[in-house]
Design a protein around this ligand. Sequence first.
Ligand code: HEC
Length: 114
Amino acid sequence: MNSTKLWLAVFVISIAVCFLVGAAEQKFTLPPETTKLKPGPGSELVTAQCLLCHSADYIATQPRLTRTVWKAEVTKMQQKYGAPISTNSVNADALVEYLTKNYGKENPTNSPEK
Ligand code: HEC
């Protein structure tokens, strides 16, 4: 082996080692899944009615929605996705109440979204 080839081999090997070391050092830590909703009045109801189909993340990762938007969200879950909540029920109101208190904002006047 002449010296050019030798150096080329050393070069290629060092690059390979760099890749291996790099790959070994990459650790991915996913954020913990929020499987539970915030405790409080209505949380059991929302857990029962809303977590049938998806995790609490769907609710927890939303921006702080206004009451109107949460109401629309509950209606959408009912009508579009078939969530078993009867329309105009005390249930639906309690869900919206809980969602607005815990994952929304009560005062819609300064809301950017609409
Ligand atoms: C029958 C099944 C089902 C139930 C019950 C259900 N959802 Fe959903 N939900 C869905 C589906 C399907 C999606 C859309 C999933 C996707 O886009 O990946 C969704 C998405 C969402 C989203 C994300 C934003 C959006 O509009 O797509 C939110 C927030 C949400 N649901 C809240 C709720 C709340 C609050 C309840 C309880 C009142 C609820 N869901 C009950 C099926 C359901």
